[in-house]
Design a protein around this ligand. Structure first.
Ligand code: SAH
Ligand code: SF4
Length: 360
């Protein structure tokens, strides 16, 4: 049993079964999420008998580190974890220093500029069923959903790593392997547990969920009125172009996705982010930008564009600086704010699923 799979109530129930006093649950909870303990011996405020029981019946790590890589600039760390069933998942830490040095990244995915951010990108599934053609994870297919505890454990792993440097994770993006809205319940359970103010206390507004556009889930998410940021992977301004990149567009057309986005903004009052992988000659022209702007008109949103990260299974190439700048300008002239994000950690295959792809 993975300890991070338990919410506080389940942990209390377990301890009750073990005939422990009820306050032990809180002690363990705080040990896990405030002190970041990951072995029973560290819980020195617990009796030895209970520590032994924890050692016997629960695990604190659901994976082992298969490979990790640091980018040459030292700002990005990518870790490939191997789960007990041999499936591989990835999580990437991106450190951003003072934006004055890096004007292109002043606008964060959450829309706020910030100094010295440490953004963690985590996975919600091993592989992905959505089959987006340019995505390394999509190219490998679906393996399985991650449990809430397996999602949380990625955060705890990096939190402990940063703790040694006296630093903390400042933002969490669900943009690693997998489609979070295809694994809705486990993803939300993980967010809720990490958000708990008696535990890790990670603010809801510092999470960003990215989805390929599963319309019913967007509506459900809107109805739940969470403070979590939402990003939609759009990548194309008409259905014909989008369906050739994102097969899910056969089921959920752009109009339906945007209708759900308008509903989300109405329900929550929150700005929505559209993600756009700029592919040379495919979706990086000013004409496409103007078409996109027309469709997004009146929607509280901005566009987060990033040059395509080339992958083995896709022919397309990344845009260049000039075309990216022209795309941004055309969008902004039409009233849609746009950020071009620098590619981070390109030398460590920090694109979604790329490290796992190369190891497999
Ligand atoms: N499944 C979710 C979240 C994971 S993918 C989603 O699709 O939104 C996170 C982001 O990376 C998405 O916007 C996705 O379209 C983008 N992405 C995937 N492969 C990419 C590549 N090779 N280059 C640039 N962006 C890519
Ligand atoms: Fe899945 Fe997102 Fe990759 Fe598409 S882009 S295959 S939805 S992980």
């Amino acid at each position: 049993m993975l300890i991070y799979d338990l919410d506080l109530q389940s942990l209390s129930n377990l301890l009750q079964e073990w005939n422990e006093p009820s306050y032990r649950a809180k002690q363990i909870w705080q040990g896990l999420y405030q002190h970041l303990y990951n072995s029973p011996e560290q819980f020195t405020n617990l009796p030895k008998s209970l520590r032994e029981k924890l050692g016997e019946f629960v695990t604190f790590s659901p994976f082992k580190v298969k490979v990790y890589q640091d980018s040459s600039d030292g700002f990005t760390r990518k870790t490939l974890f191997e789960l007990p069933d041999k499936n591989l998942i990835e999580a990437v830490l991106m450190r951003y220093s003072d934006p004055a040095d890096n004007p292109q990244i002043t606008a964060s995915p959450t829309g706020r500029g910030a100094k010295n951010r440490r953004t963690l990108c985590i996975s919600t599934q091993a592989g992905c069923a959505m089959g987006c053609v340019f995505c390394a994870t999509g190219q490998m297919g679906f393996k399985r959903h991650l449990s809430s505890g397996e999602i949380i454990a990625q955060v705890m792993y990096y939190a402990r790593m940063l703790q040694e440097e006296k630093q903390v994770v400042t933002n969490i993006v669900l943009m690693g392997m997998g489609e979070p809205f295809h694994n809705y319940d486990n993803t939300m359970a993980a967010i809720d547990r990490l958000n708990d103010s008696d535990g890790y206390n990670f603010g809801a507004r510092r999470f960003t969920i990215s989805t390929v556009g599963l319309v019913p889930a967007i509506r459900r998410f809107a109805d739940e009125k969470r403070q979590v940021n939402l990003a939609i992977s759009l990548h194309a301004a008409d259905d014909e172009a989008r369906v050739s990149m994102l097969p899910i567009n056969k089921k959920y057309k752009i109009d339906e996705v945007l209708e759900a986005c308008r509903y989300y903004v109405n329900q929550t009052g929150r700005r929505i982010t559209f993600e756009w992988a700029l592919i040379y000659g495919v979706n990086d022209s000013p004409e496409v930008a103007r078409k996109l702007a027309a469709r997004l008109k009146g929607l509280l949103c901005h566009v987060n564009a990033i040059p395509l990260n080339p992958t083995a299974g896709y022919q397309g190439k990344a845009t260049d600086r000039g075309r990216a700048a022209a795309f941004k300008e055309a969008l902004e002239q039409a009233g849609i704010p746009c950020t071009i994000r620098m590619r981070r950690g390109i030398d460590i295959q920090a694109g979604c699923g790329q490290l796992a792809g190369s190891v497999l």
